[in-house]
Write a protein that binds this ligand. Structure first.
Ligand SMILES: [Zn+2]
Length: 402
């Protein structure tokens, strides 16, 4: 086959092992054999099988090779920004005061409702390019700043167009991101509209585009019971649950995610020990978002270490969004994973590659073992540990020539 090639002249190769929970292979002087856009073999260059002797070589330039990052929680599409609100918060205004003045998520919802599909596609593509320059090769992207059928429909249409243009993204329907202003605080009626009208209509308009659905299960937003009803409607439409869970208080979101067999439970700042055990048993991926904790100025970090000890295969994500984490930088998240969540470098790296991909039901991403897509990052570093160690450096990977 003409697309067979071997990546050589690597200082080393670092990859999680998909056959194990937390094992990371570190291979000095490595080679990587690729065929049909996928990994066919990896190992020390001196062990390259004879069958690859005549395959064309790609010069790695002495770099370290790693799999690309996968970001399993973003709110990629929204209009407007909230930099002014951020400064008011720095000057002492509380989130509640800003919300009472019509700011907060309501401001983003107003701007997003006014945006056209081409405008949403243009800003989404610029953001996807930024993510890719920083090493993110696949990401999850939610709707949720429409909070009504037509605006959610435009967000979904924009995601469909981005997928058509070749961007690798997993779409999640999140019309239950907050209570819609039209429902004037009636969460029960809002949940009924999402479950019975909006989700079926969105899937009918753009079949096959969304893979997941999500609900903000939180005190004062949607209850566990309302979440269960929306997720059941989503599951009937073929959408796998991901749950905004236990972010601001314990609500039983992790337990709900386990009960539903959700792909992930996300945030989990206030997750219970029972919730951790339930997630481990049900193979729900906890997705932790330390950038949000940082940006909101909170002092308590999600209990990552206790989750690992409970047997959870946790993932890390940016939570890129305009209100609580306007961060598109995987290295910031990797560093917070090590410095604040107290994960080892290998654990944080696995959480941002293999476990992130597994939470998106992708076994061909997040590692460089045979069968993986050839989404290889090349880092011009003496050692991958430097990604965390040089804490403020904006390292950028190189990609293989196509
Ligand atoms: Zn979120």
């Amino acid at each position: 086959m003409s697309d067979r090639r071997v990546l050589v002249n690597l200082r080393g190769l670092l990859t999680p092992d998909p056959a194990q929970a937390w094992a990371v292979d570190r291979i000095p002087d490595a080679a990587l054999a690729l065929s049909g856009g996928r990994v066919a073999w990896l190992g020390p260059a001196s062990d390259l099988p004879a069958a690859w002797a005549d395959a064309p070589r790609v010069d790695g330039g002495g770099a370290w090779a790693t799999p690309g990052f996968v970001d399993p929680h973003t709110h990629l599409l929204f209009a407007g920004d909230r930099a002014g609100e951020f400064n008011r918060r720095l000057q002492g205004a509380t989130y509640q005061e800003i919300a009472a003045g019509g700011g907060g998520i309501r401001e983003t919802v107003r701007a997003t409702r006014a945006a056209s599909v081409p405008e949403l596609v243009a800003s989404g593509e610029a953001r996807l390019r930024t993510f890719r320059e920083r090493g993110v090769v696949h990401l999850e992207a939610k709707t949720g700043y429409g909070l009504e059928l037509e605006a959610e429909g435009r967000l979904l249409a924009a995601y469909a167009e981005l997928q058509r243009r070749g961007w690798s993204l997993a779409v999640t329907l999140l019309p239950a991101h907050d209570l819609a202003p039209e429902f004037a605080g009636d969460a029960e009626a809002n949940a009924k509209a999402v479950a019975e009208d909006w989700l079926p209509e969105l899937v009918r308009r753009q079949p096959g585009v969304a893979r997941f659905c999500d609900v903000f299960v939180e005190t004062g937003v949607f209850s566990v019971g309302q979440g269960r009803r929306i997720f059941a409607a989503g599951q009937r439409l073929g959408l796998t649950p991901r749950v905004h869970a236990d972010e601001l208080s314990w609500t039983g979101g992790a337990e709900l995610a386990a009960e539903l067999g959700a792909a992930s439970a996300d945030h989990l700042m206030f997750c219970s020990e029972a919730g951790m055990a339930a997630m481990a048993a049900a193979k729900v991926t906890p997705v932790l978002l330390p950038g949000t904790t940082l940006f909101l100025g909170m002092r308590e970090w999600a209990p990552a270490r206790r989750m690992v000890e409970a047997g959870c295969r946790l993932a890390l994500a940016t939570d890129f969004n305009p209100g609580s984490c306007p961060c598109q930088d995987p290295l910031t998240i990797l560093r917070l994973g090590c410095l604040q969540l107290r994960l080892t470098f290998e654990e944080a790296f696995t959480a941002m590659t293999l476990h992130a991909a597994q939470s998106l039901r992708r076994d061909d991403l997040g590692h460089l073992h045979p069968g993986a897509r050839a989404e290889v990052l090349l880092w011009d570093l003496a050692d991958p540990l430097e990604l965390v160690y040089w804490v403020g450096e904006p390292f950028r990977p190189r990609y293989l020539p196509s």
